[in-house]
Design a protein around this ligand. Structure first.
Ligand code: ATP
Length: 528
C-alpha cells in the first residue's frame, strides 16, 4: 500500500515511460514508434479513434503483449521482458470493467485475496481483514461496508473496491479503460473524487474514454494517438473541445450538432405501448411515429433497458399491450417482434452479437442473408456490398473485410454489430446505448444515420446515457424513473429562447435535460 501520508511531491522519475514502442499483428501496424511518459500524481487521458492503438498500449504496459521494438521503464528502471505478473509486481494495475472480484466473497476477503489476514494462531481471520479494509476505505474516503458480499455492491462500488484492491497491493500506476460505461452519474462523481484522492497520493493514472466531457473534468493531460502513432501529449488546460476532437480524428470533425434535423411530416404511429407493465416497468405508455426519433433518458436502472427488453419480447409483459405496425400484442417474443419489423440493438451486443472467428463481412451481413439468399444459393457480391456500405458509413477501421472480426479493435467490433442491424433498415429500430465504446469522430456519423433512417419513414427509439447524443438525435425525449415514464419533452423546448451559437445552445439544452432527469428522480411524479 502506498504511504498515504507521504508528502505530495511528484517523484523525480516518471512512473512509467514507453520509448519507441512498435507492435504489428501480421501486416497490421498497431503501434509505430510510440513514446510517452506518465508521472506519479498525474491523470493522463489516452485518446484516439477506434483502432488508434490505445488498447495495444495498455496491453504492452500490463505485459499482456510484448512489443516488437522499444522499451518500457517502470519507476525509472527498464523492464526488459514485462509479463503480466511482473507488471503487477512493479505496481501496474489495470482495472477491468467486468472485474476480477469474486461475487460470493466479502469486500474485505476480495481485497486481501491470496494475502489473507491471519490471527495469532495463524488462522484466517476475516475480522482483521474487515478492520484493515475499513481503515483503508477510511483513508481513501470510500464509504463501503467491507463485510458485505461483493454481489450486494452496485457497479460503481465494485469498481471502487477493485481499485482499492489494487492500491492495497501497492499499485503505483492505475489503468482504467472506459471505467464509466456501467456507472450512474452519481457513481462517476464518486469515482472522480476517488481518483483525485489517489492522484494526491502520487499514483499515476491512465484513463481511456471516448466521453470527451469526462476527459475535461478529470484529466490533467492527454496523449492523443492516431493510426498507431502518437499525435501529441499536451496539458488539458487551455485545450478546447474542438481542438481536441480535431487532433483525435485528424481533420475538422462534424460535430453532433452539425447534423441537420429535417423535421418532415410525421407519419402513422408505428409503435404504441399501452399501459405496459412488466416485472421492471409500471404502466408505461409511449408511441413513436414514422419519421420520428424518440430518445429515452433516465438514470441507470430507471427502466430504460427494461423498456427495450419488453419491446423485443425478452421480458414478459404482465398487463397492457404493444401495437407494432397496427397489430396489437398482449404477449411479445423476439421472433414476433422481428416478423413485425421491430429490431433491438442491445446494450451488451458484443456478448450477444459477435462470431469472433467469422469474417467482418459475414458478421455484418448475417441477419440480411435471408433477404439475399435465392434457392439456397448465396451470391457473394451483395454480401460484400452490404458489408462495404456499412463499413464506410460507420467508418470501420479494417484493412480487409474478410479478416476475422476478432482482429478489429473493440470499438470497431461495436460498429460492425451496429452495422448489421442498420443494414436491415427495419421499420422500427430500438437501440440501447448505440454509441457505447464508439469514438467521438463516429458518433456524429451514427446520429446522422439514425436521422436518415427516420427521414426514410422509420420509427427510431434511442436509449442513451449520453445527454449530448440524445439531444442531437431525438425529436422528442422521454424520461424514465423507477420503471415509470415520468416525462416527455419536445427536443425544441430544450433550446434557449434567444438564438445563440451551437456550443451555447448545447450547453443550455444539456443543463435543462439534466435538471429534468434529476427532478424526475426527486419528484418521481407520474405524468400520463
Ligand atoms: N489480435 C489482433 N489481431 C490483429 N489485429 C489486431 C489485434 N488486436 C488489435 N489489432 C489491430 O490493431 C489496431 C489497434 O487496435 P487497438 O485495439 O489497440 O485500438 P484502440 O485504440 O484500443 O481502439 P478502441 O477504441 O476501438 O478500443 C487495430 O487496427 C486493430 O484492428
Amino acid at each position: 500500500m502506498p504511504s498515504l501520508n507521504a508528502p505530495n511531491a511528484s517523484p523525480p522519475t516518471p512512473a512509467v515511460r514507453l520509448s519507441g514502442v512498435s507492435k504489428s499483428y501480421g501486416g497490421i501496424k498497431a503501434l509505430r514508434d510510440v513514446s510517452f511518459e506518465v508521472r506519479g500524481g498525474e491523470i493522463r487521458a489516452l485518446l484516439g479513434e477506434n483502432g488508434a492503438g490505445k488498447s495495444t498500449v495498455l496491453k504492452v504496459l500490463c505485459g499482456v503483449v510484448s512489443p516488437d521494438e522499444g522499451s518500457i521503464e517502470v519507476g525509472g528502471s527498464v523492464a526488459p521482458r514485462l509479463t503480466p505478473s511482473l507488471a503487477r509486481e512493479l505496481g501496474i494495475a489495470m482495472i477491468f470493467q467486468d472485474g476480477s472480484l469474486v461475487p460470493q466473497m466479502t469486500v474485505a476477503q476480495n481485497i486481501f485475496l491470496t494475502r489473507e489476514k491471519r490471527g495469532p494462531l495463524g488462522m484466517i481471520d476475516d475480522r482483521i481483514a474487515e478492520q484493515e479494509a475499513a481503515t483503508l476505505f477510511g483513508q481513501l474516503g470510500v464509504a463501503i461496508d467491507p463485510s458485505l458480499p461483493v454481489s450486494a455492491l452496485s457497479a460503481g462500488q465494485r469498481q471502487l473496491t477493485e481499485i482499492v484492491k489494487a492500491i492495497a497491493k501497492n499499485a503505483r500506476v492505475l489503468i482504467l479503460d472506459e471505467p464509466s460505461t456501467a456507472l450512474t452519474d452519481h457513481e462517476i462523481e464518486h469515482l472522480f473524487t476517488f481518483l483525485r484522492r489517489l492522484k494526491e497520493e502520487g499514483v499515476a493514472i491512465i484513463y481511456v474514454s471516448h466521453r470527451m466531457s469526462e476527459i475535461f473534468r478529470i484529466a490533467d493531460s492527454a496523449t492523443i494517438m492516431r493510426d498507431g502513432q502518437l499525435v501529441e501529449t499536451a496539458p488539458i488546460a487551455g485545450m478546447s473541445m474542438e481542438a481536441m476532437i480535431e487532433k483525435i480524428v485528424g481533420r475538422k470533425g462534424r460535430g453532433l450538432f452539425d447534423i441537420p434535423k429535417q423535421s418532415g411530416q410525421l407519419g402513422e404511429v408505428l409503435l404504441d405501448l399501452r399501459s405496459v407493465s412488466t416485472s421492471k416497468l409500471t404502466d408505461v405508455s409511449l408511441s413513436a411515429r414514422a419519421g420520428e426519433v424518440v430518445g429515452v433518458a433516465g438514470l441507470t436502472a430507471s427502466g430504460r433497458s427494461a423498456l427495450a427488453r419488453a419491446l423485443f419480447g425478452i421480458e414478459p409483459i404482465k398487463t397492457g399491450s404493444v401495437v407494432i405496425g397496427g397489430k396489437t400484442f398482449a404477449k411479445l417474443y423476439p421472433d414476433t417482434a422481428i416478423e413485425n419489423g421491430l429490431m433491438l440493438v442491445p446494450e451488451d451486443r458484443l456478448l450477444q452479437g459477435v462470431f469472433p472467428e467469422h469474417s467482418i463481412a459475414d458478421n455484418i451481413t448475417l441477419p440480411s442473408l435471408p433477404k439475399l439468399t435465392k434457392w439456397s444459393w448465396l451470391p457473394r457480391e451483395p454480401v460484400l456490398r452490404i458489408a462495404r456500405e456499412q463499413a464506410a458509413n460507420l467508418r470501420i477501421k479494417a484493412s480487409d473485410l474478410s479478416a476475422p472480426i476478432r482482429t478489429l479493435s473493440g470499438g470497431n467490433q461495436q460498429k460492425a454489430v451496429l452495422g448489421k442491424w442498420l443494414a436491415l433498415a427495419p421499420r422500427i429500430l430500438v437501440l440501447d446505448e448505440p454509441t457505447a465504446g464508439i469514438d467521438i469522430g463516429s458518433k456524429s456519423e451514427i446520429v446522422a444515420l439514425l436521422r436518415s433512417l427516420a427521414s426514410a419513414g422509420r420509427a427510431v427509439l434511442v436509449i442513451s446515457s449520453e445527454i449530448p447524443e440524445l439531444l442531437a438525435v431525438s425529436d422528442r425525449i422521454v424520461i424514465m424513473h423507477e420503471g415509470r415514464l415520468v416525462r416527455s419533452v419536445d427536443r425544441e423546448n430544450l433550446n434557449p429562447q434567444d438564438q445563440t451559437d451551437n456550443a451555447a445552445t448545447l450547453e443550455f439544452a444539456e443543463r435543462k435535460l439534466n435538471n429534468l432527469i434529476q427532478e424526475a428522480a426527486q419528484a418521481a411524479e407520474v405524468l400520463q
